[in-house]
Design a protein around this ligand. Structure first.
Ligand SMILES: [Zn+2]
Length: 99
């Protein structure tokens, strides 16, 4: 499956940080800098912190997705962690999207 960033229109490559909004798939950097241009000055610090949180979540997700193991039990734990970090990243994305 190939995703395209709806802001810069480039294909999102493996290992690049990206997220999904109602508008589609988007690079993390494109998403945050686009939002930065649209918000009022009093929300900049809030956005900056949310962007950091989302960046950490995406970093964690990219690392988890790159983990490979033949161990069934370990695979199951990794799968669960991926599901929960995707959920949390989705929540952070929505907070930024709705700013
Ligand atoms: Zn982009």
């Amino acid at each position: 499956m190939e995703y395209k960033c709806y802001i810069c229109n480039k294909t999102i490559r493996t290992g690049e940080k990206f997220t999904f909004t109602k508008d589609g798939s988007v690079h993390l950097d494109c998403f945050v800098s686009d939002k930065r241009k649209k918000i009022s000055d009093d929300k900049v610090e809030y956005l900056r912190n949310l962007a950091l949180v989302l960046d950490y979540e995406m970093t964690y997700l990219v690392e988890l997705l790159s983990l490979k193991t033949d161990d069934k039990e370990a695979s199951e734990i990794i799968r669960k962690r991926i599901t929960s970090i995707e959920k949390e990243g989705g929540e952070t994305t929505n907070l930024i999207y709705n700013l």
